[in-house]
Ligand binder design. Structure first.
Ligand SMILES: NC(=O)C1=CN([C@@H]2O[C@H](COP(=O)(O)OP(=O)(O)OC[C@H]3O[C@@H](n4cnc5c(N)ncnc54)[C@H](O)[C@@H]3O)[C@@H](O)[C@H]2O)C=CC1
Ligand SMILES: O=C(O)CCC(=O)C(=O)O
Length: 409
């Protein structure tokens, strides 16, 4: 392939939150050596300083890429979320700035499902409080409140990648699985969809949340929802902290209405492992508290590193936006001897016609061209004869509504 428009060693890749070494390996194999690697998330000022001249940034769930941060990141070309959730990035601001965001939609799915499955058994057996007692020198040898998973009903809220995996695993234990989702979903195994959250709450022994953070899921579980759960039921949240009113959960546990819970995500999480974890759930023996590690397994982190770094390297190398979460998806095979140009523009009528008119007037031959749009933006990948690339770029930059235009190779 011909020369990259910017020398690869000038392309700065900022990796935060200890993303797996596999990501660094992918970038290095693809020829990118200018990598700034941080084991933890950065404080606000340091983030602004480091991202200012970064072309790519990779993060996990802690780093908040707000519109303000993005506007400050003058050279940023693309963002990689080395996780499933992308709520930590202002996706719409990124889109309007012409910055695609990539994630790993299923590399840690199994890890979350396995953790939750284990927690279901622990909760149904009353292990958290027995474990806590033993640590304090107590001995709670009793079958009181201990039941098998077999024959119990698991209610999955959000039947997507994780919810479906969990449902299948839970059935292997002999559990009955019901689920609530805003979309009609194909039930896997013997699971059945219920038509309201209330129906699920009334029928489940264990309720487990697997919804994304969206306006519709904010505080989706508060006092009213907990009170509709079965007396003595169990509650699990490994989705996002904002989905649950944590004070209401603490209250429902203290009152004894909920017999136990496992919580992995919190409305406010410590920024680093050195910061204190503050929560109304601390000190409750029948609650399993984990520090947002649902997806933190060796297998998941390695796969995520490979997947997301691979997507960023591909975007950098050939402009492919396949599976970007906020961007038109375009992938075009390179043609020998041609130069590739990328044009990101506000989605208004007639942009492609204007590009083609301008090129035709200048006698610029288009070897290949592919446009995709979202409601907000359009993304055109095109190839022209290499000796006409600079002239083509100059023309592209003048098209009204242009957000970004560049020659890739
Ligand atoms: N604890 C951890 O470490 C991890 C947490 N997560 C969280 O888990 C979430 C779910 O992950 P996936 O299953 O991969 O996502 P997914 O997108 O495959 O599934 C989410 C499901 O929730 C449904 N949904 C959306 N809004 C809803 C609502 N208001 N009520 C009911 N259902 C609704 C969707 O229709 C979809 O079926 C992620 O968005 C992420 O926030 C993901 C990975 C690791
Ligand atoms: O591994 C992380 O930092 C976050 C995992 C997570 O919550 C996700 O994948 O959405």
């Amino acid at each position: 392939m011909a020369k990259h428009s910017l020398d690869k060693d000038k392309i700065k890749i900022l990796l935060l939150e200890g993303v797996h070494q596999s990501a660094v390996d992918v970038f290095e194999r693809a020829g990118y050596s200018n990598i700034e690697y941080h084991k933890a998330s950065l404080g606000e000022d340091q983030l602004l300083e480091s991202i200012k001249d970064a072309h790519f940034v990779g993060l996990r769930s802690r780093t908040q890429l707000t519109a303000q941060v993005l506007n400050h990141a003058e050279k940023l070309v693309a963002i990689g979320c080395f996780c499933i959730g992308t709520n930590q990035v202002d996706l719409s601001a990124a889109e309007k700035l012409g910055i695609p965001v990539f994630n790993a939609p299923f590399s840690n799915t199994r890890s979350v499902a396995e953790l939750v499955l284990g927690e279901i058994i622990m909760l149904l057996r009353g292990i958290p409080q027995r474990n806590a007692q033993c640590h304090r020198g107590g001995w709670l040898k009793s079958a009181n409140g201990s039941v098998e998973a077999r024959g119990k009903t698991l209610g999955v809220v959000g039947y997507g990648h994780i919810g479906t995996q969990l449902g299948i695993l839970a059935e292997t234990l002999g559990m009955r699985v019901i689920f609530f989702d805003i979309e009609d979903k194909l039930p896997l195994g013997n699971a059945s969809q219920v038509h309201s959250l209330n129906e699920l709450l009334a029928n489940a022994d264990v309720v487990s949340l697997h919804v994304p953070e969206t306006p519709s899921t904010k505080d989706m579980f508060a006092e009213a929802e907990f009170s509709k759960m079965r007396q003595g039921g169990f509650f699990i949240n490994a989705s996002r902290g904002t989905v649950v009113d944590i004070d209401a959960l603490a209250q429902a546990i203290k009152s004894g209405h909920i017999a136990g819970a496992a919580v992995d995500v919190f409305p406010v999480e410590p920024k680093s492992n050195d910061d204190e974890f503050v929560s109304p759930l601390r000190g409750l023996d029948n609650v399993i508290l984990t520090p947002h590690i649902g997806g933190s397994t060796a297998e998941a982190q390695e796969n995520i590193g490979i997947e997301v770094a691979g997507k960023l390297a591909k975007y950098s190398d050939n402009g492919s936006t396949l599976s970007a979460v906020n961007f038109p998806e375009v992938s075009l095979a390179p043609h020998a001897g041609a130069s590739r140009l990328l044009h990101i523009h506000q989605n208004r009528p007639g942009v492609l016609i204007k590009i083609n008119q301008a090129f035709s007037e200048k006698g610029i031959n288009i070897a290949a061209q592919y446009l995709q749009t979202t409601a907000e933006i359009g993304y055109v990948v095109m190839e022209v004869d290499s000796d006409q690339a600079q002239e083509a770029l100059d023309e592209l930059k003048q098209i009204e509504g242009t957000i970004r235009a560049r020659v890739l190779f």
